[in-house]
Design a protein around this ligand. Structure first.
Ligand code: SAH
Ligand code: SF4
Ligand code: F3S
Length: 456
């Protein structure tokens, strides 16, 4: 007998991720689930036994991009017979069987069905296309340790909840992700401890509406978002905590005070406004007014004077008049966000707005309005970034800057990207920098010596 052992070549899985940070984290969950099944991650599609696209449905152009990719996957499949192609995530949930009709897709799996992926893959490899788009009221993948796919090993995403119970009339997310459910806080803290012990120095707690996080324990004990933030912040003073997304309706003063009281909770709030017009906000079924929003901003700035503030906005929603649009511009002018994600309205089939309102702002008009918002925000960003010149920030180093390998980059607490010449520090280090100049997206800085002097 010879003692030689033969190992089976490991099967490989390739995943492309589209959409929000939660999808990125879901991809990490999928790698973990498939890893247990013996699948190794590859970044080379041509070598993959399983190709997955983790998809987004939030706007039509997100879906169009994926349709294009399905054609590309079909080519890869032809070149390597036996390769399986799967569409997972929000578009899988929205389109269901229709995705199988093309004959180019072997697996369709919605966001709550990832535990069944190994089985779906096994059965699909026998030539039977598989689908699982059942949404769950309980699934949080709380016990699964995601396989991190970030490039820097410094900053990790942790999903604290899934789904969404709001019904913003334009939004497809409640249909693709199902009802809101919160994850057991102990599993969240454990995951934060785990990433910290592996060298990570920042976690971002993710949810569609983090302020409605609520865990009810068996003993009647309740943990809300403010308490969860405190628990995660207590893991280590060296672990930074960020979170996204805050809903203007639900963000509480308690959360602001917890942020103020913990140095390691970053002073940045992403607070999507969507529109500056009360008429639009009501049609959008956002549960706040322009006045409420501005009042929240005022409170944030009172409690957290150095807090970064960013937003999302939709131009050209159903029935939006020039006056409504002007209200959005004036709110942008008034608040002066650091950055904004700006979109024009894209009707999503099945949503309340699609059923109730005509998508009646012509695309040229939507584009013009969007461009006006973008131009104004460009000025506000520059103003906001320039206002930081002369300030000193503690930065968590993420690695070399993209443009110049002799410079490092990292974020200040307020989430602004800082770049600075430095060869001594590494990803994961904390350094103090002084801002010497700014663009509308970057703070150009110099290291501060312990004495407080900026180095040249
Ligand atoms: N849960 C977050 C948003 C998730 S979707 C919140 O409540 O703010 C991310 C952003 O996509 C939204 O903030 C919105 O600005 C944008 N968006 C959602 N649906 C859209 C649609 N149908 N058309 C254009 N933009 C949309
Ligand atoms: Fe969509 Fe509104 Fe839920 Fe955000 S809060 S995911 S915009 S329904
Ligand atoms: Fe995220 Fe897009 Fe789904 S924004 S929740 S991946 S529709």
């Amino acid at each position: 007998m010879n003692n030689q052992t033969f190992t089976m070549p490991q099967k490989k899985i390739y995943i492309e991720t589209y959409g929000c940070q939660m999808n990125v984290n879901d991809t990490e969950v999928i790698f973990s689930i498939m890893g247990r099944e013996g699948y190794e991650r590859t970044e080379d599609m041509a070598q993959a036994d399983v190709i997955l696209a983790n998809t987004c449905s939030v706007r039509d152009n997100a879906e169009q991009r994926i349709r294009g990719r399905i054609e590309q996957f079909a080519v890869a499949k032809k070149n390597r017979p036996g390769t399986l192609v799967g569409i997972v995530g929000c578009m899988a949930e929205r389109l269901k069987d229709a995705l199988l009709d093309s004959g180019k897709v072997d697996i369709v799996a919605g966001p709550d069905s990832y535990r069944t992926l190994p089985q779906l893959v096994r059965e699909a490899s026998e030539g039977h296309p598989q689908i699982n788009v059942i949404l769950s009221r309980e699934e949080t993948y709380g016990d699964i340790t995601p396989v991190r796919i970030d490039k820097n090993g410094v900053s990790a995403f942790i999903s604290i909840m899934r789904g969404c119970n709001n019904v913003c009339s334009y939004c497809v997310v409640p249909y693709t992700r199902g009802a809101e459910r919160s994850r057991d806080p102990q599993t969240i803290v454990r995951e934060a401890c785990d990433v910290f012990s592996r060298g990570y120095r920042e976690v971002t707690l993710l949810g569609q509406n983090v302020d409605s996080y609520l865990w009810k324990g068996e003993d009647g004990e309740q943990v809300d978002f403010a308490s969860l933030l405190e628990m995660v912040a207590s893991v280590s003073p060296l672990l930074r905590v960020r979170f996204s997304t805050s809903n203007p309706q639900d963000i509480s003063d308690k959360v602001l005070y917890v942020m103020r009281d913990h140095d390691n909770i970053c002073k940045h709030i992403h607070l999507p406004v969507q529109s500056g017009s009360n008429v639009m906000l009501e049609k959008m079924r956002r549960r706040y007014t322009r006045e409420w929003y501005l009042d929240r901003v005022e409170k944030i700035r009172e409690v957290l004077p150095e807090c970064g503030l960013t937003t999302d906005v939709i131009a050209g929603f159903c029935g939006e008049t020039e006056e409504d649009h002007r209200e959005t511009l004036s709110l942008f002018e008034q608040v002066c966000f650091d950055t904004a994600f700006m979109f024009y309205y894209s009707e999503r089939p099945g949503t309340l707005a699609a059923k109730k309102y005509a998508d009646d702002v012509p695309v040229e008009e939507k584009t013009r309005r969007l461009n006006e918002i973008i131009a104004l925000q460009g000025k506000c960003s520059l103003k906001s970034y320039t206002a930081d010149i002369g300030k000193t920030f503690r930065v968590l180093v993420e690695g070399p800057s993209k443009k110049n390998p002799e410079e490092l980059c990292g974020r200040a607490s307020n989430n602004k990207m800082c770049v600075f010449p430095d060869s001594r520090h590494r990803a994961g280090d904390y350094v103090d920098v002084r801002v010497v100049s700014a663009t509308s997206a970057t703070l150009l800085c110099q290291l501060v010596q312990p004495s407080g002097e900026a180095t040249t």
